[in-house]
Design a protein around this ligand. Structure first.
Ligand code: ATP
Length: 244
């Protein structure tokens, strides 16, 4: 039990969630390494949600609301860290959750689905080997016909670069949440939220709820005003300032 007064309470709590994820068979050991990589960047960012992340959250919310078939991609880390929030977002957007794993096993796919259903998910899709995206060799190419196959916008919290690039080449718009502004995912996504998924997902939910009241023209304007390259530069500038 981590005492609330511990100065690293939030960080340790997150670590504990991932350990539990491994224990119950939803998170892979590789996911722990990816978490460590993210954590290092979170230190460099001062462990808070910056204005550049807020801008990206605004553009992402508008994009998700304008999408015809938005899909939320789920992996072993996000299902351990923010399962409830993913379900809330899926329900308010009426967007399915689609499980996609780098190290897949039937058992792990099933367990992740169970965890999401327990949190009240209405639609959890699993990959179907009859459907695939091009430009990717790994098992992550398999997709669901009612999910990523027909999606125009895919939210990929914590992603590896290969798949982001492949999704883009397959004509999808990709919204990434990635603490590393230099990762291939961050660099190739249509919109990159440089922030910890644990913090940013609740901001995303709040903004989507708020923007539901806006009309199409207003949502389009928010997207037009957003420049992902410029926003990534701001994130890097901030890291540079923190280091110096
Ligand atoms: P790429 O292939 O995109 O260059 P990578 O090989 O590091 O990057 P992964 O191993 O899949 O890709 O790592 C996932 C990414 O998720 C990393 O960039 C890491 O910084 C980021 N990350 C890890 N934990 C979190 C978190 N809690 N919130 C946001 N991003 C995270």
């Amino acid at each position: 039990m981590i005492p609330r007064s511990h100065p690293r309470y939030e960080s340790l709590k997150t670590r504990e969630k991932l350990e539990k994820g491994v224990e119950i068979g939803i998170t892979s050991l590789n996911g722990l390494i990816a978490h460590g990589r993210g954590k290092a960047f979170d230190y460099l960012l001062g462990e808070k949600t910056h204005s550049f992340a807020q801008h990206a959250i605004s553009a992402s919310s508008a994009m998700l609301l304008l999408a015809k078939h938005p899909v939320i991609s789920v992996n072993g880390n996000t299902s351990a860290l923010v399962p409830k929030e993913l379900v809330v977002l899926s329900n308010i957007l009426d967007a399915p959750l689609e499980v996609n794993l780098f190290h897949p096993s039937e058992e792990r796919l099933k367990r992740i689905k169970e965890v999401l259903m327990q949190q009240g998910a209405q639609r959890v899709l699993l990959p179907n080997k009859k459907y695939r995206i091009s430009y990717i060799a790994s098992n992550r190419k398999y997709i669901n016909p009612n999910g990523i196959f027909k999606a125009d916008v895919v939210l990929v919290p914590l992603e590896d670069g290969d798949r982001t690039e492949a999704l883009i080449k397959n004509g999808k718009k990709v919204i990434a949440i990635d603490l590393n502004p230099l990762s291939r995912t961050a660099q190739h996504a249509t919109v990159t939220i440089v922030d910890n998924v644990v913090r940013s997902i609740s901001h995303l939910i709040k903004t989507v709820k708020k923007y539901k009241k806006l009309d199409t023209a207003q949502l389009r304007r928010i997207i037009e005003q957003f420049d992902n390259k410029k926003n990534l530069k701001n994130a890097l500038k901030h890291i540079h300032q923190n280091l110096t």
